[in-house]
Design a protein around this ligand. Structure first.
Ligand SMILES: Cc1cc2nc3c(=O)[nH]c(=O)nc-3n(C[C@H](O)[C@H](O)[C@H](O)COP(=O)(O)O)c2cc1C
Length: 151
């Protein structure tokens, strides 16, 4: 059954040097709080900047966390987008997942499109009904064109 969830993605600038220990502490606290508040998402850190994605069923829960994050002295939010969608949450299993740089570099979109299409076939899903996801992935891949090398 489709339900509505609200999410936000923001980029922030760290205000102090971020060691692995500081980031692990942020993640530990975030996971404990988010689990309790049914918030999911991921945190990515690179070169003095965070990129965090958060999602929850309750719009006020999201707004409350954003207010807390805005007050956190360890970083300064530069840009934040918020939206609500109907459908399944994107990172339901992650109370606060950590994506690291090397994992992102290895993200193989073509493989993902293939796996998704195989999975649809195995589930006997009508591809037409699910094709928007495929087109989104193709869009994503197209947006990476500049870094792809033609062979
Ligand atoms: C980059 C960054 C991401 C954070 N993400 C979360 C989060 O997802 N959930 C959360 O509860 N706190 C998060 N925090 C910590 C909050 O700003 C705040 O310190 C914490 O929620 C306070 O929790 P407490 O009231 O239980 O002490 C984050 C902090 C930083 C710097």
């Amino acid at each position: 059954m489709n339900s509505t969830y609200c999410c936000a993605i923001y980029i922030s600038k760290a205000t102090l040097p971020m060691t692995d220990v500081v980031i692990k502490n942020i993640l530990k606290k975030s996971r404990a709080n988010n689990l309790e508040r049914k918030i999911s998402g991921y945190l990515y850190y690179d070169d003095g900047h965070f990129l965090q994605y958060i999602e929850t069923d309750i719009a006020q829960t999201l707004d409350k966390l954003i207010v807390v994050l805005e007050k956190d002295q360890r970083h300064q939010i530069i840009n934040c987008f918020k939206s609500c969608f109907t459908g399944n949450k994107r990172f339901l299993e992650w109370s606060m997942g950590q994506i690291d740089k090397n994992q992102l570099i290895n993200l193989n979109l073509e493989q993902q499109i293939m796996n998704y299409m195989k999975w649809l076939k195995s589930q006997n899903h009508n591809v037409d009904m699910n094709s928007s996801k495929i087109w989104n992935m193709v869009d994503l891949l197209a947006s990476h064109k500049k870094v792809l090398q033609l062979i």
